[in-house]
Design a protein around this ligand. Structure first.
Ligand code: ZN
Length: 307
C-alpha cells in the first residue's frame, strides 16, 4: 500500500497550493524587478560542461599616485589592459658563464660550451651599443607582444641561465657600465652553493634593475616529469623567487631547453606568462607564450646537455 502524505489529501493539498500561490505573489511583489530578471544559476555539472568563457579584462585605469604601491598598481593595470597579440622580431641571447675556463677544467669541452670570457662579453656589449641596441626585460617583451607597451629601437634581451657566481661578480657590473639590463634565470636550489650566486646577491641584482626569473627548483628536465614534480618545480620556484626579490616572477626558462605539453600546462597553471626555449630564432609571439625563442650562437653551445 502506498504511503499517504498530508499533501496527498485533496483538501490539504489544495489549501497548501493556495498559500504557496499567495506567498509567491508576495515574494514577487517585494523583490526588485532586476533581480527577478537574473538568470537561474546552472547546476554545477552544466557549468562544468560549458566551454571556457573568454577572459574579460577590465579597462585600464588612470593612476596618479606615486611610490612603490603605485608601481604595483601600474603593473596590475598593465596586466589588466586588453591584449592585442602581435609578432615581433626580438633576439633573446642565451648566456651561461661569463668567465675564463678554470685551469682544472681546461681540457673539458663542457666547460668551454657554456662560457664566454669577460673580455669577449664586453666586446658583445660594445658591439650592441655601437649598433644601437637597447636591452629590455622579459616582462617588457611580453607587454610589447600584447600591445601594452612599445619597445625601444633595436630591442634585445640578454639572458643568463643557472645563476652562476659570475652573474653578480662580472655580468651585472658590465651591464651597468653599458647602461644595459639582463634577465637572469635562477635555479632556486643552486643558490648559495659554491660557484653560484647567494640570495643576498640575487636581491642586490633585482634592486639594481636586473630581471630575475625562474629556472626551476632543481636543474632537471621538464620533459616527461610527473605532474606533482612539475607543479613543485614551477610553482615553488616562482613563489620563492618572488618572495626573495619582492617582484612578481612570471617567466621561466626550461632547464636544458627540455619541455613537453604537460610542462607547458603546468607553467600556465603556476601563473607564468611565458617560458623560454634555448633556441628557435628571433621571431616572438604571444601565441607561443610557453615557447618563446632564444639564440645561442656564440653565447652558449646549444648542443651542450647542461644548458
Ligand atoms: Zn640551465
Amino acid at each position: 500500500m502506498a504511503l499517504r502524505t498530508p499533501s496527498s489529501s485533496p483538501s490539504v493539498g489544495h489549501a497548501l497550493a493556495s498559500w504557496a500561490t499567495i506567498a509567491l505573489a508576495l515574494a514577487v511583489a517585494l523583490v526588485p524587478p532586476d533581480l527577478l530578471a537574473a538568470p537561474v544559476p546552472a547546476p554545477a555539472e552544466a557549468v562544468a560542461a560549458l566551454p571556457a568563457a573568454p577572459v574579460i579584462r577590465p579597462a585600464p585605469v588612470a593612476l596618479r599616485a606615486s611610490g612603490p604601491q603605485a608601481d604595483d598598481a601600474v603593473a596590475g593595470a598593465e596586466r589588466a589592459m586588453p591584449a592585442i597579440a602581435r609578432r615581433l622580431k626580438v633576439p633573446v641571447l642565451m648566456y651561461h658563464y661569463v668567465s675564463e675556463v678554470p685551469a682544472a677544467e681546461a681540457g673539458s669541452p663542457g666547460a668551454r660550451d657554456l662560457r664566454v670570457p669577460p673580455t669577449f662579453f664586453a666586446q658583445h656589449l660594445e658591439f650592441l651599443r655601437g649598433a644601437g641596441y637597447h636591452t629590455v626585460t622579459a616582462p617588457q617583451l611580453w607587454a610589447a607582444l600584447n600591445s601594452r607597451a612599445e619597445l625601444p629601437d633595436h630591442p634585445i634581451l640578454l639572458t643568463f641561465d643557472d645563476g652562476y657566481a659570475d652573474a653578480y661578480q662580472s655580468v651585472m657590473p658590465l651591464l651597468l657600465q653599458y647602461g644595459f639590463t639582463g634577465t637572469f634565470f635562477i635555479t632556486v636550489n643552486l643558490v648559495g652553493r659554491p660557484g653560484y650566486v647567494t640570495w643576498d646577491q640575487v636581491r642586490a641584482m633585482s634592486a639594481a634593475g636586473m630581471d630575475i626569473e625562474s629556472h626551476a627548483m632543481d636543474h632537471v628536465s621538464m620533459a616527461k616529469r610527473a605532474a606533482a614534480s612539475l607543479r613543485s618545480q614551477l610553482a615553488d620556484s616562482r613563489r620563492i623567487l618572488s618572495e626573495r626579490t619582492g617582484t612578481d616572477v612570471r617567466f621561466f626558462a626550461y632547464p636544458a631547453g627540455e619541455y613537453g605539453d604537460e610542462a607547458i600546462a603546468a607553467a600556465a597553471a603556476a601563473g607564468y606568462d611565458g617560458a623560454f626555449l634555448k633556441s628557435g630564432g628571433v621571431l616572438q609571439s604571444p601565441e607561443w607564450a610557453f615557447m618563446l625563442r632564444r639564440r645561442c650562437r656564440r653565447t652558449t653551445r646549444c648542443r651542450s646537455p647542461r644548458s
